[in-house]
Design a protein around this ligand. Structure first.
Ligand code: NAD
Length: 323
């Protein structure tokens, strides 16, 4: 297949682009970011620097392509998506609208969309011991962020293109993906990477700050498991939204303890309840993906965090501590 990965200089996109190449596909990466800023060295056939908020660029990007993996998005962790609203909705809606239309014009065979667990309603995520989120819980809708509302709108947009134009769409609701070569600083980082960075920067015997009270819960999926699920979904004939995540609930406190243990340091945790913590609890229900794709995550938190921490630690050492 001739594959396009948009957002291919980002965390998931860069891993996916190299994964597709290893599977024997021809791969083009498009990103607004210069390739030099991509942490993972890309081993692909073509890299184009383009802004996909412009329709003509989407047309060029999808020329001669069979499979599109549309991962480009203006996004970040809880700190970013709770502080920015209009820019996120504007940029991501344009990317999705133009990419879909360009795919239609260029007769792309199949398009994958990276939706998010953030589409799920806040009222189902209001306690730490939360019921896992099933795909059918998306409605009645009440995402807790503008980012989530845009993803939900985009899911409907993909559905409409399938309905009216017969486009083959594959929609994954990704739940907290983590691993090496992710954003770990600068304000867009997500919890696992941010905590790895804080632990790596802290002197032995020092303290690290945790946002909220640490009792908020999530489930996190290691990048290699995510790639496997995305690839299986793309090859399948399933066109409805599907959770790709882990169903192993963990509190931010427990996650931090594992990272501290991996570091070998003795650190004290301090809490800042004024910082954003998002929904109180979020877990993925994997019943549907197990039935449809026969897929389950394989990587334990210990194993995935070990690899992530070692990479972040190496980056922090390279730069010199910011403390
Ligand atoms: P990321 O920020 O590392 O990657 C996104 C990439 O999109 C970046 O490299 C960015 O430069 C690029 N981009 C942004 N605006 C662009 C534009 N106008 N034109 C071209 N490229 C543009 O994020 P990620 O974690 O790799 O996430 C990838 C996708 O998966 C996103 O759509 C995100 O919303 C979705 N997702 C991620 C997670 C997660 O846990 N990481 C969870 C749910 C959904």
């Amino acid at each position: 297949m001739r594959c396009l990965v948009t957002g291919g200089c980002g965390f998931i996109g860069s891993h996916l682009a190299n994964y597709l190449k290893r599977k024997g596909h021809w791969v083009r990466v498009v990103d607004i970011k210069p390739v030099e800023e991509c942490y993972l060295p890309l081993q692909v056939d073509e890299v184009l620097r383009m802004d996909l908020r412009i329709y003509e660029n989407c047309l060029k990007a999808t020329e001669g392509i069979d499979w599109v993996f549309n991962l480009a998005a203006n996004m970040g962790g809880i700190g970013f998506i709770t502080s920015v609203a209009a820019e996120i909705m504007h940029d991501n809606a344009l990317i999705n609208i133009y990419m879909l239309e360009a795919c239609r014009q260029n007769n792309v065979k199949r398009i994958f969309f990276s939706s998010s667990a953030c589409i799920y309603p806040a009222y189902r995520q209001d306690q730490p011991l939360v019921e896992p989120l099933k795909e059918e819980y998306a409605v009645p809708a009440m995402p807790d962020s503008y980012y989530g509302w845009e993803k939900l709108f985009a899911e409907k947009l993909y559905e409409a293109y399938e309905k009216d134009y017969g486009m083959e769409v594959r929609i994954a609701r990704l739940h907290n993906i983590y691993g090496p070569y992710c954003t770990y600083k600068g304000g867009r980082e997500k919890a696992p990477a941010a905590l790895c960075r804080k632990v790596a920067e802290a002197p032995d015997g020092g303290t690290i700050e945790i946002w909220g009270d640490g009792k908020q819960t999530r489930s996190f999926l290691y990048i290699d498991d995510c790639l496997d699920a995305i690839y299986r979904l793309m090859q399948s004939d399933y066109s409805k939204p599907l959770n790709i995540g882990s169903d192993e609930l963990i509190s931010i406190d427990e996650l931090t303890d594992i990272i501290i243990d991996i570091s070998g340091k003795k650190l004290r945790k301090v809490y800042d309840p004024t910082k954003p913590q998002g929904v109180r609890g979020r877990n993925a229900d994997l019943t549907l993906i197990e039935n449809v794709l026969g897929w389950r995550p394989k990587t334990s938190y210990r194993e995935g965090l070990e690899k992530t921490y070692r990479w972040v630690e190496q980056m922090v050492k390279k730069e010199g501590s910011t403390h």
